[in-house]
Design a protein around this ligand. Structure first.
Ligand code: FES
Length: 106
């Protein structure tokens, strides 16, 4: 499935990500700045914050309580479409997904 990442400067990067790979792993493997993934997906760093663009939020897996807690510690602050990308494991239904990388300046 194809997933597009929008950088804070509005440039876009499209990746073809294998099903079963998290957005965080795919982004860090491709050197996308802004998705750091310090904790390796352990839900203790919140450096993998993304904002899911309209229309795709309901195709995402539900927010689990520990992700919900960590979303309160993101650098940019939380919005209703905030997710931690280490928890977003790609499925076929996510094809065409666009996520915005959290802006560390905000
Ligand atoms: Fe640390 Fe997602 S990689 S919370």
């Amino acid at each position: 499935p194809k997933v597009t990442f929008i950088n804070p400067d509005e440039s876009r990067i499209e990746l073809d990500i294998p099903v079963g790979t998290s957005l965080m792993r795919a982004a860090t493997a491709h050197g996308i700045d802004g998705i750091v993934g310090d904790c390796g997906g352990g839900l203790t760093c919140a450096t993998c914050h993304v904002l899911v663009e309209d229309g795709y939020l309901d195709r995402m897996p539900p927010v689990q309580p520990n992700e919900d807690q960590m979303l309160d510690f993101t650098a940019m602050g939380r919005s209703p479409c905030s997710r931690l990308s280490c928890q977003l494991v790609v499925t076929e239904e996510m094809d065409g997904l666009t996520v915005r990388i959290a802006d560390p300046q905000l």
